[in-house]
Design a protein around this ligand. Sequence first.
Ligand code: UDP
Ligand code: MG
Length: 332
Amino acid sequence: MKLVSTVVPIYFEEEMIGELYRRLKGALVALGDGFDHEILFVNDGSTDDSLPRLRVLADADPRVRVIDLSRNFGHQLAITAGIDAASGDAVVVIDGDLQDPPEVIAEMVGKWQEGYGVVYGQRRSRAGESALKRVTARWFYRLLNSLSDTPLPLDTGDFRLMDRAVVDALCSMREEARYMRGMVSWLGFKQYALPYDRDARFAGTTKYTLSRMLRLATNGVTSFSARPLTLMIDFGVLVTLAALAVLVWAVVMRIARPDAVVQGWASTMVIVLFLGGVQLISLGVLGVYVGRVFMESKRRPLYVVSGRYGFTDHNAPQPCPHCGRPVRENGR
Ligand code: UDP
Ligand code: MG
């Protein structure tokens, strides 16, 4: 009997919980005799009725567990908390808004049984999402891929199934800036892209504001690539060469047309402003990477758990098999 764990991050999704549980449970039961399941809900600091409703589920169904984080840590860390606490032979991560159809899990499990370590959902279509979201998502993944040293699959969110071996390796990666989909592709293993149609949200609105998307994008780029830093050097070299050319031109003009030298206020201003801009941008890029080092060097817990419901001793969080530390209590 194989155990399939499902990790579901929840952030202000109260109107969703009932329907979510019904569909997820149906899909997991439909996996058939060879499979047992557990559902791990991670309440990412929602203060609406989400947590009470989840606790009711945990009381009624011994296969439901709830992890309550002490505040909102963000989608990627909520997923991390759930994966850390999962004890399955395979772990499926799925959004809590029914945009990822639970029925696709059966296909994922099928591919896993064929021997794939990771089966990730690749969006064939996205219903009910704004044109802005589609366009930014589309370009973001392409830009990231061109910058990143690790090839990252296109149009892929966090909806995926991972084998236990992959999960254990993932648990040993305790970096602070987490871009989970990139970390999983970095891991390697046999990966399979499963096309699916992304539904519209069942209820509620997206929790990814523009600023959250930008933060995720920055995390994605800076965790997987030092290219922005080398681009700064390339650009600096280019500007220096241009400056040398202007210098030569100025000297030539001075000798050839001594009467025409006092001009060029506009060109001076343009050059000064341009260089100022380039320097500020470069400093900013540098700052982002330095800030990253600063944050990582604190080695704080990745998240803080304030309550666990539906766990028994048997499936209580275990020490990380890689580093041996009791990571799963506080996320380190
Ligand atoms: N979510 C979370 N913490 C957050 C933001 C979102 O746990 O800070 C959850 C949310 O409840 C949902 C999933 O992450 O289950 C995806 O969020 P959302 O649907 O808002 O993102 P989108 O699908 O628009 O990218
Ligand atoms: Mg969504």
